[in-house]
Design a protein around this ligand. Structure first.
Ligand SMILES: Cc1ncc(COP(=O)(O)O)c(C=O)c1O
Length: 313
């Protein structure tokens, strides 16, 4: 796979959703289908897609320019980021290695067995070791290794996500852009790229109010961005990371049946649920155009189904 393909690609499609609710409220709802921006390693795999493509793009270039041979990262056993790094290794000719949080479990879950098929080396850290993982600066001086942080958020990732904002602006001029937040890197890139022209709304999938200042710092906008540039909606985490309720699962199934829109229960399901709820509760003014970013994450669905068969997803 050539690096050029990472940079020169058609924009991901924008899909408009029609619904009686939107007509009643006088709003337009668009979805930026970044999940369809995808480079599969195996037929149908969905690891190097969506915000992973955007976040990894300049990191892959940088790793090549530095002559690195191995991409090294960290993450949980079901992490979309880990799957994406494994895929990037196969696609662009790197070895890959990951430090996984927690004990090994066998057989490997779908995310880690995909990673292994891509040739990724897996090492496990206890939760205590994992908390201290940055202390040792895992061989930071070794030029053959290129380190990617957990979740993949760094300055180059934000640069890639800022381009997503430009792509959206080029095609449509929404009033609001809504995105799921983990580390906040994708939202920060959007905020930086929109430069206040579109109000970004981040939907954290983790509990806690730590994200606001963090995203502001990442976006580099402390004193320059207007307060209207962005906000967080903190009420749609469903209890925390990878937590779910039957209402969330029902909503995801409804979205698939009604709009042919595949969502995952960890990120995009919570985002779409939150936006639907805000629309129903008149958060958005009449005449507003809302663009939701479908950041991908569909590689995680198989692991979720295996872990929570009783959810009925
Ligand atoms: C599918 C998906 N959407 C959104 C996010 C959130 O991205 P960020 O960590 O940049 O906030 C992630 C994070 O890993 C993700 O996998």
């Amino acid at each position: 796979m050539s690096l050029e393909q990472l940079t020169h690609h058609p924009p991901s499609p924008i899909q408009e959703l029609e619904d009686a609710l939107f007509r009643e409220k006088g709003i337009r709802v668009l979805v930026k289908r970044d999940d369809l921006l995808c480079l599969p390693v195996e037929p149908g795999d969905r690891a190097f897609c969506g915000n992973k493509w955007r976040k990894m793009k300049y990191n892959v270039w940088e790793a090549k320019n530095k002559g690195a041979q191995t991409l090294v990262t960290f993450g949980g056993a079901f992490s979309n980021h880990v799957a994406a790094v494994a895929a990037a290794g196969r696609l662009f000719g790197f070895q890959t290695a990951v430090f996984i949080r927690g004990e090994p479990t066998f057989p490997l879950n779908p995310t880690l067995s995909f990673a292994r098929r891509c040739g990724m080396q897996l090492a496990y850290l206890s939760r205590e070791q994992y908390r201290r993982k940055e202390d040792g600066r895992v061989a930071a001086e070794d030029q053959s290794l290129y380190l990617l942080p957990e979740g993949g958020t760094n300055a180059l990732a934000i640069q890639g996500c800022a381009e997503l904002a430009e792509e959206i602006l080029h095609e449509v001029q929404p009033d609001y852009c809504c995105v799921a937040c983990g580390t906040g890197g994708t939202a920060a890139g959007l905020v930086a790229g929109f430069e206040g022209r579109v109000r970004t709304i981040g939907f954290p999938v983790l509990k806690g109010d730590f994200l606001f200042n963090h995203v502001m710092d990442l976006a580099g906008g402390k004193n320059t961005l207007p307060v209207s540039a962005w906000t967080l909606q903190n009420d749609y985490h469903f209890g925390g990371y990878a937590k779910w309720t039957p209402a969330l699962i029902d909503f995801i199934r409804y979205m698939e049946a009604r709009f042919d829109m595949p969502l995952d229960p960890v990120y995009t399901g919570k985002l779409f649920f939150g936006v639907w709820d805000l629309i129903a509760n008149d958060y958005f003014p009449r005449g507003a155009t809302i663009c939701l970013v479908h950041t991908g994450g569909l590689q995680g669905v198989a692991g979720f189904k295996q872990r929570f068969p009783m959810a009925g997803l």
